[in-house]
Structures are given as C-alpha cells and as structure tokens.
Ligand binder design. Sequence first.
Ligand code: SF4
Length: 398
Amino acid sequence: MKDPVALYVHLPFCELKCAYCDFNSYAGLEGLMGPYVEAVAAEARLWSALLGRPPVTTLFCGGGTPSLLPLPSLERLLAALRDAFPFQPDCETTVEANPGTVDARYLKGIAALGVNRLSLGVQSFHDDELRALDRLHTAQEAEEAYGWARRAGFASINLDLIYGLPAQPLARWQATLERAIALGPDHLSLYALTVEEGTKLAYQVARGLVPPPDDDAQAEMLEWSLERMAAAGYEHYEISNWARPGHRCRHNLAYWQCRPYLGLGAGAHSCLPWGDGWCRFWDVASPRRYIEAVAEACRAGPLADGLPDALAALPQVAGREVVGLEGAMSEFLLMGLRLRDGVSLAEFRRRFGRELLDTFAGPLAELSELGLVEVRGGRLRLTRRGLFLANEVFVRLL
Ligand code: SF4
C-alpha cells in the first residue's frame, strides 16, 4: 500500500473505570503492561510487512490511560513503532494523559521521546463533579499537570472537557470552560455527556439515582460555548472540537476525512483502502487474548497477500467489514459533515467519480429545505441550526 497511514495505538489500562466510560479500558491489569507493549510492537511489524512499510503521518496513543505506562515502556513502544514504520519528519505524535497520573519529570520525559501533542483528560474544574464521574484527580491537579506540560514544551496541548452533567447548572459549566480558557490550551474538545449502555452511569440513571442528561440544557451550554470559544480565538472545526489556528488535530482529521488509518492494540479499529471503498477491521477487545493472539500470528509465519485473506489468517482480528462504493460515499459524507468546513464537492468527485449533490439529491433537498445543510464555496456543510440537530441530519442521510 502506497498511501500514508494515521497510526493509532490503544493502551487499555486505567486506575479505575469512570462512571460514564464505555471505552475498551480496564482497571487492575497493570501486570500486563510489559507483554502488551511487546504484543503491540509485534503487531506493528506484522502490519508493516503486510502493507509494505507505509509512511506514518500521525500517531495517536489513546486509551485507557496511556500515561499509566512507565516511561521506559513508552520509550520501548515508540522505538518499536518507529522501527517498524517510516515516520514522516513532521509526524504529529499525541499521547493521552490523565491529571494525577503524571508529574513534571514524566511529561518532560515523554516530550523528549518526540511526543509533540499532549491530550489531558480534565473533564471538569469542579471536584464534586469529578468525584461524581469517578475521576481520580482534582481540579488543582489538572491545573498543575497543564503547567508541567507547558513547561515540558509540547507543541500542542489539548484539554478534554465534558458538559451537560446530571443536574449541572449552566453557570457551573461556564466556570469550567472559563478556567480552561484561562490556561490557554491550543485545542479543546468539548463533549456532551451521553449515557452509554453497560456503564455505571446507565445503571444510576435507570435506578433513578441520577437524572439523565438534559438535551435542552446541553444545547444551551453548546450555544454559549460557541460564542465564548469564538471570542477567545478558537476555531470551531468539528462538532466537538476547537483549535487555535494551526492546532487542529491532524490525526482525528484522518478519521473525519476517511483517510487510511491503522489501529494497533486491544479493540483498536483500522480502515484501509479496498476495491472501490475500504475495509474496516478491529482487534479482539480483551488485552489478555490480544497478547496471546498476536503471539499466535507471529508463530504462523508469512501472511497471505491481499487484505481480506490476510485478515482471516490473523487471530487478533476479531471482525471485518468490507465497505463498497455506496457505503463509502455515505460514510464520506457523514464523517465530512462533522467538520465545520463540511465536505468538498470536488474531493467527493475526485474520490468517487460521482457528483455528491446528485448522489444524495433526495435527502439533501429535504435537509436544505429544513435549513439544516447548505452549499457554500464548493462545500456542503451543516448550518448553525444543523449543528444542533446533527444527529437528525445523520439519520436522514443513512
Ligand atoms: S480514564 Fe478514560 S478510558 Fe479510563 S475509565 Fe476513565 S474515561 Fe474510560
């Protein structure tokens, strides 16, 4: 494969499972960290050989809590990845970290390893809200971590925040966002709280112990945040993401623009070009099973040529889905509409040899009449009203 890839590494270790979290993450598996890093390194070598050493444009180490990895393990992981793949010289390299798991020395250490983007899971600047979410850090620890990160010299720092917590008044969200803006991060991800099946929060809501998030309150918070973030000089470039000029997350842009990405690690998803669409596949979720499966794959020797056949022979791959032309066009549209710049009509034509506005003429006419989408400057995008009703737009386009 000649295309460059965005590389994702999943590190599923956490100190405690947060109340709202449905990510593939586990508390109490720290003992597996060493073998897990070796398994990811081995999986990187397998994929590199299979794909012909594609260049890596961005690397994102997500989780879980990647900052729980001891510095030597992270060093080993990055060295193995750089050995397996040619990294582009300006490769954006992100590590997610939680306040309370890092200190000044650790952050300096990972910056020295070539990590140039840090994403801090702050979520709230109110300790009672953090406790209700089962976050283990305090607001003060988040501020300290930010200060250390700035001094460590990362080119870009992101803060993740969550709004619309159960019974959260607007003023409390405003206070959290004001405190975040005052720190001066380069990037902010603001997520509306959702209740995911199987989480502690879902149990609490079902039992009436906690009120469910209020859609109207969340819309009001988003409305206020849009104005406040613009006034603070941040560009709103994706439904939940804001950046100072030059600090958009290039890795996540690869997902939203449907460019190839390769995921390594338990539960990691990949999407690579295949036929006139692409092939999506994902690794087994259990970290223990993942380690065993990668070892089996290494013992099995050389892989079949061609993606779907090779996937069938890889025991760590839990599932796959081939997306043909029709599916690929829909996904390209839906993912692109998440971006405030929207979808380029010319890019759609270049990738699929079709006209976007003709291909989706029916639903787009309806959505345009409702004032939810618009074409401007050769791009189809959500209107401001469409931004608040994005889920409705996506359902109509499915
Ligand atoms: S730290 Fe992140 S990944 Fe871990 S449990 Fe909490 S929300 Fe989930």
